[in-house]
Design a protein around this ligand. Structure first.
Ligand code: IMP
Length: 201
């Protein structure tokens, strides 16, 4: 059974495919998506994204809502991470804004947490959700070429390098999305939902 990924973010889709693709037949949804994220929490936004696609298919739908919470900024940009530098902001513009906001903040006060919430839905089934977090600090300049989004600025506490300097599997082992994905699989196993996902191709 196919699982559609309700995301237009190619970085996220690639990570989700690497994290969950061995057990689930994931494919990016190419039809209409939710235009805006209007919820007050990651979970509300992930549910809304999944619902928008679920309304168009009888298949399973997977959605991710994630963000970066910076202690020195009172938790911002948080659920607004994708639009931090404006509605049509690029990843580079969002990173530039983050560096600007943290200018003058010393190395010891640049702690941050990445949060990801994954939701798996299918019409007639109970929704499954899982959260993962990763802690780190915000670098003073960009480092590394891998990943996407804020990765060149996020120095993982566990890896000691930025997510953009890490290999995909190093990042997956400690990332918010990796942790949420592993919890979602465990939740799916507990709910007995794995078999239906594998039936019928
Ligand atoms: P949304 O979940 O589509 O609202 O967007 C999440 C925002 O957080 C985007 O700006 C992403 O680039 C950023 N983000 C989420 N996860 C990661 C990650 O693993 N690395 C870097 N940036 C991320």
């Amino acid at each position: 059974m196919r699982v559609w990924v309700a995301s237009r973010n190619p970085g996220k889709v690639a990570e989700l495919q690497a994290l969950l693709g061995a057990g689930l037949d994931l494919a990016p949804w190419t039809g209409a998506h939710l235009a805006e994220e209007i919820g007050a929490t990651y979970l509300e936004n992930a549910m809304a994204k999944a619902e928008a696609v679920r309304a168009q298919t009888l298949d399973w739908v997977l959605a991710d809502d994630s963000g970066l919470e910076v202690v020195a900024l009172g938790g911002r940009p948080g659920i607004h991470s994708a639009r931090y530098a404006g509605l049509t902001a690029t990843d580079g513009e969002n990173r530039a804004r983050l560096l600007g906001e943290l200018e003058g903040v010393p190395a010891g006060e640049r702690q941050a947490t990445f949060v990801a919430v994954l939701v798996l839905l299918r019409v007639g089934h109970r929704a499954l959700a899982a959260t993962g977090t990763a802690s780190g600090t915000i670098a003073e300049t960009e480092r590394g070429q891998g990943g996407f989004g804020y990765d060149p600025l996020f120095i993982s506490d566990e890896l000691g390098i930025t997510f953009a300097e890490a290999t995909a599997s190093e990042k997956a082992a400690v990332s918010h999305r990796g942790r949420a994905a592993r919890r979602l699989l465990a939740e799916l196993g507990r709910s007995g939902g794995f078999d239906p996902l594998r039936q019928g191709g």
